[in-house]
Design a protein around this ligand. Structure first.
Ligand SMILES: [Zn+2]
Length: 292
């Protein structure tokens, strides 16, 4: 079948060209050179290291990438995807609007990818423009899915939690949930974040915990896959900080004292506890004091 053979020869040549082009398009900055691709099974991969990572789904018709993170990261990320498949990146889905995950998408835009986010992210992108952030071409306003070839990346919207436009993702046929920033496995995470909603965050985690169609999770930071227990730990930590601060707040304890004295022995061994517990207490204080 010479005709078929020649078609595949062209595909192979294009793939080689694409791989070389991505490799040469931008020198990969030193800080991204130790990043690796981990196969999470059934077409789902994660690329990055402990400090930053993203997730992509390889289908028969191309790739659905998620958060490009930054310009330097995205250059390394694109090269890593090319090492897995010669197929183009057709979609980029933002988990949420924070610049430490949504920046750097130009390399994917240049190859024609369609960018997707929750519609509430647009107000943030418009209010705080950042030239490194590619504005989404399409938005969703609730649970949805991106179909590419025979595969689907399911998008779940749980409302206000870590900001108001977070999408949790899961590929069809995969037990791996991509949960950016709502859980960083075995880490405390940033305690004070102006746009996070403590009660909404706990509620979102509870609703995810109630689902039995996933057994592992991967975040935008941390290890390349973690058991469900990582989510439960994060939810229990948030509940514990809230309960402790509420008790002190109701007793009239001043903010400075609450920041200094909030102490949760059960969670002390978690990475980042010492640096973040005071900030988390301060965030909860404002929640009870001003309702934000
Ligand atoms: Zn974030």
């Amino acid at each position: 079948m010479p005709r078929v053979k020649s078609v595949w020869a062209v595909v192979a040549a294009l793939a080689l060209f694409a791989t070389q082009a991505w490799g040469q398009a931008m020198a990969i900055p030193e800080e991204f050179r130790d990043m690796v691709t981990t196969d999470l099974g059934n077409g789902v991969y994660t690329f990055g290291n402990f400090s930053r990572r993203s997730v992509f789904l390889v289908t028969d018709a191309g790739v659905i990438a998620t958060d490009p993170v930054s310009t330097g990261f995205a250059a390394a990320y694109r090269k890593a995807i090319a090492a897995v498949t010669p197929l183009p990146v057709k979609y980029v889905v933002y988990s949420h609007q924070h610049w430490d995950h949504a920046s750097g998408g130009a390399v994917f835009k240049q190859e024609g990818a369609t960018f997707i986010s929750h519609e509430k992210c647009l107000a943030h992108f418009d209010a705080h423009p950042n030239p490194a952030v590619v504005r989404p071409d399409k938005t969703v306003n609730g649970d949805d899915a991106v179909q590419l070839g025979k595969r689907q990346l399911r998008l779940f919207y749980y409302g206000v939690n870590h900001g108001d436009c977070m999408l949790v993702m899961q590929a069809d046929g995969s037990d791996m949930l991509y949960v950016n920033d709502l859980v960083t496995p075995f880490s405390i995470g940033l305690g004070f974040m102006p746009d996070y909603d403590p009660a909404g965050w706990i509620d979102s985690l509870k609703r995810m915990e109630a689902r039995n169609d996933w057994s592992r999770l991967v975040g935008g930071h941390g290890i390349p896959g973690a058991p469900r227990a990582a989510m439960t730990e994060r939810r229990r930590f948030l509940e514990a900080v809230m309960a402790s601060v509420k008790k002190d707040f109701d007793a009239g304890k001043p903010l400075d004292e609450i920041i200094k004295t909030t102490d949760l022995p059960e969670f002390k061994s978690i990475r980042g506890y010492d640096a973040q517990i005071g900030r988390a207490a301060e965030r909860m204080y404002h929640y009870f004091e001003m309702g934000w």
